[in-house]
Design a protein around this ligand. Structure first.
Ligand SMILES: Cc1cc2nc3c(=O)[nH]c(=O)nc-3n(C[C@H](O)[C@H](O)[C@H](O)COP(=O)(O)OP(=O)(O)OC[C@H]3O[C@@H](n4cnc5c(N)ncnc54)[C@H](O)[C@@H]3O)c2cc1C
Length: 483
């Protein structure tokens, strides 16, 4: 039987699209290039059959906060989110460290002279957290009900995303703590887009926290896949789609692929104007990742850092500005910004006696082909003397190799496109409905569409709602909650 809808790519957005379509009563067929589904949600053993590593995403503030996942309700699907008392930490080379406790009061106390300023930054955001998240994670094409949340966001972006940022806090702990979050935007610092990221992720550290799913990110993909299968959806793995013509007939096709891949898959069927617009889409710096199997907890010079599963290793605010701006300009920084995740800090079940998974990635220029293992290990060693001696195995993946692993990571850009303010709003091309393409029934739904990167499922969900509306006349969003 012919499917009603086809989804190409089974990352969180492809899966969220299929859940939405399936719950609307459509028969959905999913095609995935790799042997396993999940895209950025894969968890596998790499070195030791008992230790599982998250191949991409590991920490999920957005999977707790996003409107799609709030309705999907991971908890009632058996996915347990585990948090550490410190959502993220930022050690400095002199042994000091900034700590973002889940508890805002504890953070303010820890930040001493900057505590009050941190509270004034975060408290109003926390009071409007849900509206703020819903606004940022929308398709960004409709006016918000009230202007107070956009105004709140803009006021903070104008400080923390501009040259005003260095003057806001008086201590390096507070300055670097927030800048480490801004660096998740992976691009020039400071920038308005990085300011928005700092506001969004920074306040979530004190709301739902920055949790890891018990047993790894793949549990999120499993929960989504179970819902799809329960609605009659079918998965076709090991099928790299190279042309639209190779797919069975269906009323709609949703593509969880990059603009670069779409231009290839749709080939000469696309109008020249749209093809040119896709070609203008810019990709950001790369993540060059190292997976480690270590023999013991990380020997942080400042032991308080071990209370966090996420650790930013970027040095001072000025050092991060230099490194991130260099990587964005195509210059490999001598000391790149490194983001480290130690999932067993939140989920002790991920470790076994003498064996523990850790991952860390450095921000490097797009397409960089250098194996990052040595640089990243040396960086961790700087903040955790003796770390190198605990490494049992390590595997480095350069930015260039990341694209071979997943074509959505163009040149190693794991954000699906450079996070400039323009591209945050107008991805992948400036259109009123960014998911719809000029091809009848064909939609884009990857992180290269609004609201952009992270595991929130919203690009897939919103693309599916657009397809339901236009191709099937369904105007009410289906119930995606547990049955
Ligand atoms: C190292 C790393 C760490 C990260 N850490 C976090 C984190 O901690 N928290 C967080 O929220 N986000 C994190 N992210 C980002 C997050 O993983 C992505 O934003 C998210 O996975 C994007 O989802 P997606 O569905 O758009 O695409 P993807 O997850 O990239 O999935 C796309 C899927 O489509 C398949 N595909 C592509 N082209 C084709 C084709 N032509 N035919 C068939 N199949 C195809 C791919 O194989 C892949 O399975 C991280 C990413 C990486 C790489």
């Amino acid at each position: 039987m012919e499917p009603d809808a086809i989804v190409v790519g089974t990352g969180p957005n492809g899966l969220a699209a299929a859940v939405t379509l399936g719950r609307a009563g459509l028969k959905v067929a999913l095609y995935e290039a790799r042997e396993t589904i999940g895209g950025g949600l894969r968890t596998e053993s790499l070195f030791d059959p008992e230790i599982e590593h998250d191949l991409c995403s590991a920490v999920h503030p957005m999977a707790v906060a996003s409107p799609f996942f709030r309705r999907f309700d991971l908890a009632s699907r058996g996915v347990t989110m585990l948090s550490t008392p410190v959502s993220y930490a930022h050690p400095l080379k002199d042994g000091r460290a900034g700590l973002a406790y889940r508890d805002l009061e504890a953070t303010c106390e820890h930040l001493g002279p900057d505590g009050e300023r941190w509270r004034r930054l975060m408290q109003p955001l926390l009071e409007h957290s849900q509206e703020l998240v819903d606004f940022i994670l929308s398709g960004q094409r409709s006016l918000p009900r009230s202007l107070s949340v956009p105004a709140l966001l803009a006021s903070r972006m104008l400080v923390h995303g501009t040259a005003l940022a260095p003057r806001h806090f008086s201590t390096e702990e507070a300055r670097s703590l927030l800048t480490g979050v801004a660096a998740h935007a992976v691009g020039r610092l400071p920038s308005l887009a990085s300011g928005a990221v700092a506001v969004l992720l920074g306040h979530l550290a004190h709301a739902g926290g920055w949790p890891v799913p018990e047993s790894g990110s793949a549990r999120i993909a499993d929960a989504l896949a179970a819902d799809i299968v329960a609605c009659g959806g079918t998965f076709h793995t090991n099928h790299h789609v190279t042309r639209l013509e190779e797919l069975p007939r269906a009323k709609t096709v949703l593509l969880d692929v990059s603009p670069k891949a779409f231009a290839r898959i749709a080939a000469d069927r696309l109008p020249l104007r749209y093809r040119r617009a896709l070609a203008r889409f810019r990709y950001g710096p790369a993540a060059a990742k190292v997976d480690f199997l270590v023999s013991e907890p990380i020997p942080w010079a400042n032991p308080a850092v071990g209370q966090a599963a996420t650790v930013h290793l970027g040095g001072t605010q000025a050092e991060m500005y230099r490194a991130e701006t260099a990587a964005a300009a195509g210059i490999r920084p001598e000391e790149p910004f490194v983001l480290l995740v130690d999932p067993a800090a939140a989920d002790p079940g991920r470790a076994r006696a003498g064996r523990r998974p850790v991952w860390a990635y450095a921000h490097v220029p797009n397409g960089d082909a250098v194996d990052p293992a040595a640089t990243v290990t040396a960086c961790i060693e700087r903040y955790a003397p003796g770390f190198t001696d605990t490494v049992i195995h390590r595997r480095g993946i350069s930015g260039a190799k990341y694209e071979a692993y997943n074509p959505n990571y163009v040149g190693g850009d794991i954000g699906g496109g450079a996070m400039t303010l323009w591209q945050s709003l107008m991805r992948p091309v400036p259109r009123f409905d960014p998911y719809r393409t000029p091809l009848h029934g064909v939609y884009l739904c990857a992180a290269s569409t609004p609201p952009g990167p992270s595991v929130h499922g919203m690009s897939g969900h919103l693309a599916a709602l657009s397809a339901l509306r236009r191709e099937f006349g369904v105007r009410t969003a289906p119930d995606i909650g547990p049955r």
